[in-house]
Design a protein around this ligand. Structure first.
Ligand code: GLP
Length: 246
């Protein structure tokens, strides 16, 4: 039995607007909320709506705190492909959030134990994540939690799966430029969020979404663990729901 709510929306724009509405409700309902944020191509439309609504005076980010899911290891913040740069470009530079209230694992720090220990402590100090936004990888990964033998409890350094490196290659000039490792919140970190919102768009995610919702709960398909969380909403567009009866 799962309490997961799954909404099928027509297309990417409808998905983005609905996701932004849920984040907006969180921001209005708790002006000092801690938002867990995600990168990748899926949430860019959501961030676009949030930017517009802030410009129109509907949203105020001045008290909001954010913690990002993950960051490549060994990448400079100035690198356009860092998740630091992604967040600036897609959201932070365009809304009235305070820079000191935005947190992303430090990909420039080589000491992985230090980065992960401090990041986990930071999330606890902030009082935990109120609403965690997630995408899903083609292999069912969430954050950078790749298919594994067990669920990682806390932030950790991961070796990226070959399929993830290939999927993310489209953002880099050359295949060898894609980082091979990343720092990521653990499955436990994600599961401690009070609410979770997962976005899935396009047919290349259909299999992963189907397995997450209907397959066995297993670390081999990390997103499947979300069925054990008491407050998860999934927004999926029609292309991604192909072949599924919901
Ligand atoms: C990356 C990120 C994930 C993201 C996934 C899917 O690997 N670490 O957080 O969900 O890619 O990305 P996209 O939305 O571009 O398909």
């Amino acid at each position: 039995m799962t309490t997961m709510k799954i909404y099928k929306v027509t297309d990417y724009d409808a998905l983005s607007k609905r996701a932004a509405s849920m984040l907006a409700a969180q921001i209005i309902g708790k002006p000092d909320a801690v938002l867990g944020l995600a990168t990748g191509s899926t949430p860019t439309g959501t961030y676009q709506y949030l930017r517009t609504w802030q410009r129109e005076g509907i949203l105020d980010f001045s008290g909001i705190r954010t913690v990002n899911l993950d960051e490549y290891r060994g990448i400079a913040r100035t690198n356009a492909q860092s998740y630091y740069a992604f967040m600036r470009e897609n959201l932070f530079d365009h809304v009235n959030i305070k820079e000191e209230n935005t947190y992303i694992p430090n990909g420039e720090e080589a000491d992985g134990d230090k980065v992960c220990r401090e990041y986990e402590a930071l999330i606890r100090r902030l009082g935990g994540v109120d609403l965690q936004l997630l995408g899903i990888g083609q292999n069912g990964h969430i954050g950078f939690n790749e298919p594994a033998e067990s669920f990682a409890e806390a932030c950790h350094c991961v070796d990226l799966a070959r399929s993830t490196i290939e999927a993310n290659q489209r953002f880099f000039e050359r295949a060898e430029d894609v980082p091979r490792q990343a720092y990521t919140m653990g499955i436990g970190t994600i599961m401690r969020a009070k609410k979770i919102l997962l976005l899935a768009s396009g047919r290349e995610k259909a299999k992963a979404l189907y397995q997450a919702v209907c397959g066995p709960i297993s670390p081999k398909l990390p997103a499947s663990v979300l069925r054990l969380h008491p407050d998860v909403t999934i927004l999926a567009d029609e292309e991604c729901c192909a072949g599924m009866e919901f």
